[in-house]
Design a protein around this ligand. Structure first.
Ligand SMILES: [Zn+2]
Length: 108
């Protein structure tokens, strides 16, 4: 039995780190995301100073890597899109147009 966390991923932001941590936890993987030192209103830290690493237990690292790879593929596909109804530009995370609520076009 080991409690040596291993760093498996470096997220681009603390928000992404939290999101990915949640994703892994949802798959039953134990995750350690160190506290964001900028939390609590310190603010204005250079990006490098913000800890965004994600740690997992060694025995979960393979499964975690698979999930993170999938996430990266999905986020690469997750580009902004134009609504086919009103032509509005929507963020990739939106499933329907923020303006007219038309569904996002299906991608192949
Ligand atoms: Zn629209």
């Amino acid at each position: 039995m080991s409690d040596q966390w291993i760093k498996i991923y470096r997220a681009s932001s603390p928000i992404e780190a939290e999101l990915l941590g949640g994703l892994l936890r949802a798959e039953g993987i134990q995750v350690h995301v160190p506290n964001n030192p900028s939390a609590g209103g310190v603010g204005e830290l250079p990006a490098d100073a913000i800890e965004t690493a994600i740690y997992v237990m060694p025995d979960a690292s393979d499964a975690a890597k698979q999930i993170l790879n999938l996430y990266e593929q999905n986020s690469a596909n997750n580009a902004e899109w134009y609504c086919s109804g009103c032509g509005e530009l929507n963020p990739g995370s939106f499933e329907e147009c923020w303006q007219c609520q038309k569904e996002r076009p299906i991608k192949d």
